[in-house]
Design a protein around this ligand. Structure first.
Ligand SMILES: *Cc1c(COP(=O)(O)O)cnc(C)c1O
Length: 400
């Protein structure tokens, strides 16, 4: 057997619980796939279950997290050309949602711990910024106390891109409930897998009503959204319909996964922390610690190559890990990576962000699905440790 056949499969998404089958069968038989046909449809139930899970007043299920971000900006009624501050380390869908909403993204530096650089944030947050989107990229939580204080002082609304942060806590508060609106993804490589899908949460009835209508609650379909009757009359026929609804089959796949979130979070965190402790024994690999108020919910691990001065050395590490059966993505080294800001050419000429760039050139990404066993985690950790030694030599043992 070759190493590659022994290597754990980290690419498959989370399997769908058996409980989804009966509901999908029922939907296939009745053909009742549109969320607004029946009262108490699966999508409607998903919304109330998700709102309860998060402790928020309103939830709106939509076709993707990108749609949720777009609708958030539209619900905030930002004028055309409004400047929206976003981290420079995020997925291309985030600046794309800003452009889609006729706004202009302003990129903020991100440090080698994958979190927003607060000095650059303070320098860029001025009265010309109409909205801030905090992307908790790969679930890494930036300092939300500092960010909220700066934004609240200027009355700037914060939208949380919590696509990868379901189950993460900050000072015990759920990520996604700290800003005005929180957006989540059900795309396959997130904690809850529906292939595609997203949801936004808010406590603000006007924002919820506006987002709901624009998501495609045409005519009087808004009556199927509880608790918003007083707000909808303000917006009927006054907002465009973008039709970004979720359909019942997706909700049927998502709902039985919600009770599993807590268990997946716990398992993911244990897996991550186990591999992180092993990688941190190397002089050449560094897993940045979470900020103290954060309880993480990871399903992947990010670490930096330390002392690998050239891109060639970083590539040699990738090849050595690959030869040992583990694929590592270095965000800045793979061609056309959608998380490298210089590839967002649709933004036109943008200023360089040297700090974020330097981080991306040495930051590695490895998926750690929650189902991995201890032996599989050891396989991954040992391959990465050995790959670093292949390139840099043995980690010296001090004191000898
Ligand atoms: C996955 C992801 C998105 C996009 O989510 P979709 O549901 O695929 O639109 C946005 N932001 C972050 C941080 C993500 O990880």
């Amino acid at each position: 057997m070759t190493l590659a056949t022994l290597a754990p499969n980290v690419y498959d998404a989370e399997p769908i619980p058996e409980a989804a089958r009966a509901e999908i069968e029922r939907l296939l038989t009745s053909g009742d796939l549109f969320r607004y046909t029946s009262e108490g449809s699966p999508v409607q139930r998903l919304e109330s279950e998700f709102a309860a899970l998060m402790g928020s007043r309103y939830a709106l299920a939509v076709s993707s997290c990108s749609a949720a971000l777009f609708l958030s900006l539209k619900a905030l009624d930002l004028p055309r050309g409004a400047r929206v501050l976003i981290p420079a380390f995020t997925f291309a869908a985030v600046p794309s949602a800003v452009v889609h909403a006729d706004c202009v993204p302003v990129l903020c530096e991100v440090g080698e711990n994958y979190r927003i650089d607060l000095d650059d944030f303070a320098a860029k947050i001025d009265d010309d910024i109409a909205c801030v989107i905090i992307s908790h990229m790969r679930g890494h939580t930036s300092d939300m106390n500092a960010i909220m204080a700066a934004c609240d002082a200027r009355g700037i609304p914060v939208v949380e891109d919590a696509a990868h942060s379901l189950g993460t806590l900050w000072h015990g508060r759920k990520i996604g409930t700290i800003g005005k609106i929180g957006c989540f993804s059900f795309q396959s490589y997130k904690l809850v897998n529906a292939g595609e899908g997203g949801i936004l949460i808010t406590d603000d009835p006007e924002l919820a009503a506006r987002a709901t209508i624009m998501s495609g609650a045409y005519e009087h379909n808004w009556k199927k959204h509880a608790g918003l009757q007083n707000s909808f009359v303000n917006w009927q026929n006054r907002l465009p319909l973008y039709n970004m609804r979720l359909q019942n089959l997706s909700a049927a796949v998502i709902r039985p996964q919600l009770p599993l979130v807590a268990e997946r979070v716990e398992k993911g965190r244990a897996n991550h922390d186990y591999v992180a402790a092993r990688l941190n024994t190397s002089d050449w690999l560094a897993v940045p610690p979470a900020l103290p108020p954060e309880d993480r919910a990871p399903d992947s691990i990010q670490f930096n190559l330390v002392g690998l001065e050239s891109d060639d050395e970083a590539r040699a590490f990738q090849s050595a890990a690959k030869a040992r059966g583990v694929s590592v993505q270095v965000f800045g080294l793979s061609q056309d990576n959608a998380r490298a800001f210089w590839n967002w050419q649709f933004l036109g000429d943008a200023p360089d962000l040297p700090r974020t760039r330097a981080m991306l050139m040495r930051a590695c990404d490895v998926r750690l699905p929650t189902r991995l066993t201890r032996a599989e985690l050891d396989f991954i950790a040992e391959a990465l440790l050995a790959a670093a030694e292949d390139v840099k030599g043995r980690t010296p043992v001090y004191g000898t």
